[in-house]
Design a protein around this ligand. Structure first.
Ligand code: NAP
Ligand code: ZN
Ligand code: ZN
Length: 369
């Protein structure tokens, strides 16, 4: 387990009532996450302040904590699958009141004026979205700190409503894993009878299987882990293909409409491209540290196949996904952990040993963190 040495952020020069916050931060690419004290901004007129109840653990948290994408500013407090209870709202906030359950995903702001923001696609903001952590915060100029912490203050336009009928801990992963899979499934208009492939049964992949199944698709799961096959079927896959088995892979040639690839490591895309029907699409959502090996253009030319990618989803679509999940009783399969177990959880995630999302019980931050 990690060192418990406490570090503290410099106090912002700002006004009164900036609430003290506790979290876990990485101080460098090679140090484990450890307790960290900082301050949240005071609740502005358009802000919602939440006590964080649960926060999912996304593979992106690990990539960023270890600076695998070369864009990390330290200290970093990861976490962008946040469910909490509203404790304070600004004077102009109409949509939320203290006591409400609420949620925050991967973004807390964007420019709001570019064509993409105006189209409700803030994740493609041309100026750049403000990420929930590791982005400069407009209001303070300091870096944003994420959900591995006890409270957060967010502009009301980037706060989501969640159903109180679902387990709030299992809802948390919908805020990144859920929307990242829902958005491409909707963009490529998946409906009953479509053949959808999901590559990788981790946090994103298991949500992809559940959502594609709920949309009526015939789902094929590709996994490197034979021991996940039974779970794949339980979660909604019609068939499971072990991706290390060449014979099983060859049988999939020319049969899928859409493949969503969640794998967090560099791998051969040609194998998946060859499984697409005419006009089919391979959509990448996994962001490995290293690029994928090249493939031959003939693999897309001959059947007019497309290779694409997708990043999370806009706020409107995230709300639509949360409402869809509430209607269909869809949540994530989770393993609840105390924050003190985060470094061990990262090690297990790297081995593909997560069934299927770790979620931090934020109450543990008060337990000697
Ligand atoms: P995860 O829980 O670790 O799942 C990744 C899965 O990929 C593993 O469970 C494993 O499934 C499979 N896999 C196959 N070969 C692997 C290898 N060599 N190393 C690691 N995994 C391998 O991760 P996640 O949270 O779902 O995230 C997946 C990727 O998506 C990450 O790169 C993350 O940064 C990225 N991401 C992108 C977006 C976006 O908006 N585009 C949003 C969130 C996350 P099997 O055991 O079934 O093979
Ligand atoms: Zn994520
Ligand atoms: Zn914009």
């Amino acid at each position: 387990m990690t060192s418990t040495r406490q570090t503290t952020a410099p106090t912002p020069k700002s006004r009164a009532s900036t609430p003290a916050a506790r979290g876990y931060a990485a101080q460098s690419a090679t140090t484990p996450l450890a307790p960290f004290s900082f301050e949240r901004r005071a609740t502005g007129p358009r802000d919602v302040r939440m006590e964080i109840l649960f926060c999912g653990v996304c593979h992106s948290d690990l990539h960023l904590a270890r600076n695998e994408w070369g864009m990390t500013t330290y200290p970093i407090v990861p976490g962008h699958e946040i469910v909490g209870r509203v404790t304070e709202v600004g004077a102009e906030v109409k949509k939320f009141s203290p006591g409400d359950l609420a949620a925050v995903g991967c973004m807390v702001d964007s420019c709001r004026t570019c064509p993409d923001c105006k189209a409700g696609l803030e994740q493609y903001c041309q100026v750049g979205m403000t990420l929930t952590y590791n982005s400069p915060e407009k209001q303070t100029g300091q870096m944003t700190y994420g959900g591995y912490s006890d409270k957060i203050v967010v502009d009301q336009d980037f706060v989501l409503r969640i159903s109180d009928k679902l387990d709030p801990a299992a809802v948390a992963p919908l805020l990144c894993a859920g929307i990242t899979m829902y958005s491409p499934l909707r963009h490529w208009e998946v409906s009953a009878g479509d053949r959808v492939g999901i590559v990788g049964l981790g946090g994103l992949g298991h949500m992809g299987v559940k959502l594609a199944h709920a949309l009526g698709a015939e789902v094929t799961l590709f996994t490197t882990s034979p021991d996940k096959a039974a779970d794949g079927k339980r979660l909604g896959a019609d068939q499971v293909v072990i991706s290390k088995d060449q014979d099983q892979m060859a049988k999939q040639a020319n049969r899928l409409d859409l493949i969503v690839d969640t794998v967090a490591a560099s791998h051969d895309l040609g194998a998946y491209l060859s499984m697409l029907k005419r006009d089919g699409t391979l959509c990448l959502v996994g962001v490995p540290e290293q690029p994928h090996p090249p493939f031959h253009p003939v693999q897309i030319i001959m059947r007019r196949r497309s290779l694409s990618g997708s990043v999370i989803g806009g706020i409107k679509e995230t709300q639509e996904m949360l409402d869809f999940c509430a209607q269909h009783g869809i949540v994530s399969d989770i393993e609840l952990i105390p924050i003190q177990g985060i470094n061990e959880a990262y090690d297990r995630m790297l081995k593909g040993d997560v069934r299927y999302r770790f979620v931090i019980d934020s109450g543990s931050l008060g337990a000697g963190a």
